[in-house]
Design a protein around this ligand. Structure first.
Ligand SMILES: Nc1ncnc2c1ncn2[C@@H]1O[C@H](COP(=O)(O)OP(=O)(O)OP(=O)(O)O)[C@@H](O)[C@H]1O
Ligand SMILES: [Mg+2]
Length: 265
């Protein structure tokens, strides 16, 4: 394991500006994340775990530079993601692969898979044979046949859509792979398929892999370290063995209890 930090967050406060009342023009800052301190090292496989509304997607958007922190410092691969010039933005975008939360809403229904996979490469100035090579490699990583290039998203099953999104995140060979609830929209059998594909990708490409989930078993399959987010704060950060054997925060205990509860016959 490397000791080079790829994500460094210090004393972060972040949230959204929300209208104070119905039809109000005045927007008030509503914090979602508070006192976040987090370091993720190169090659680590971590899971950010928390219930709905805990701020998981917001934390990812901070790493992607889509939200500006209200307070604190954020560094991703040495860049300050929310305040980059166009050229630097492209350089950082090349290094991060992002699979957003809801597969069916994340794919443009009017574009064939071919365009979905080529577009991010073209945006980075990669075309021709090199682009084709990257697209074919990415399809291979997610076990999809080249025939899907001619499909529209509505011709794909949920699992295939998710695989296309993973392939799209891989086309530019990212150093960091960020997955927001990669299995939550899928049936259990398909969840296992996606988990296996992601673990294969990790073994082959060794990216820093950050998975967001509300599901402890999924987190355990996809990560070595758990970061527990509760109501916008990191309440625990440890290996799965540690948090299962000795959970410190009451929320972690609830998570672990519900997970290990025996199933009634
Ligand atoms: N664009 C936005 N404007 C205002 N509030 C928002 C916005 N996006 C999220 N929120 C609020 O911020 C809080 C955290 O949202 P976030 O999406 O980060 O949670 P999450 O942990 O990803 O939840 P889920 O598991 O449901 O995806 C929620 O209360 C949500 O309503
Ligand atoms: Mg979310």
């Amino acid at each position: 394991m490397s000791s080079e930090p790829v994500v460094e967050i210090k004393d972060l406060v972040a949230g959204y500006y929300v209208a104070k009342g119905f039809r109000s023009l005045f927007k008030k800052f509503t914090p979602v994340l508070r006192n976040i301190n987090l370091t993720i090292y190169r090659g680590e496989k971590v899971a950010i775990i928390g219930e709905s509304g805990a701020g998981k997607t917001t934390l990812i958007k901070i790493m992607l530079g889509l939200i500006k922190p209200r307070h604190g410092e954020v560094r991703v691969l040495g860049y300050t993601p929310y305040s980059l010039k166009r050229r630097e933005k492209r350089l950082l975008a090349k290094k991060i692969g992002y699979v957003p939360q809801d597969p069916s809403r994340s794919l443009n229904p009017r574009l064939k898979v071919r365009r979905i996979l080529y577009e991010p490469l073209e945006a980075l100035g990669i075309d021709g044979e090199e682009a084709e090579k990257r697209v074919f490699e990415s399809l291979k990583h997610v076990h999809l046949h080249r025939a899907v290039l001619d499909y529209y998203p509505d011709q794909l099953s949920g699992g295939m859509m998710q695989r296309v999104l993973i392939a799209r995140a891989l086309v530019h060979k990212p150093e960091i792979l960020i997955l927001d609830e990669p299995t939550s929209a899928l049936d259990v059998s398909i969840q296992a398929q996606i988990i296996n594909i992601l673990n294969e990708i990790y073994e082959k490409l060794k990216p820093t892999m950050i998975t967001v989930t509300h599901d402890i078993p999924v987190a355990q399959y996809l990560a070595e370290k758990a970061i527990i987010l509760y109501k916008g704060e990191i309440v625990e950060e440890a290996s799965f063995q540690e948090i299962i054997e000795n959970p410190k925060h009451p929320y972690t205990r609830t998570l672990i209890q519900s997970y290990t509860l025996p199933v009634k016959p």
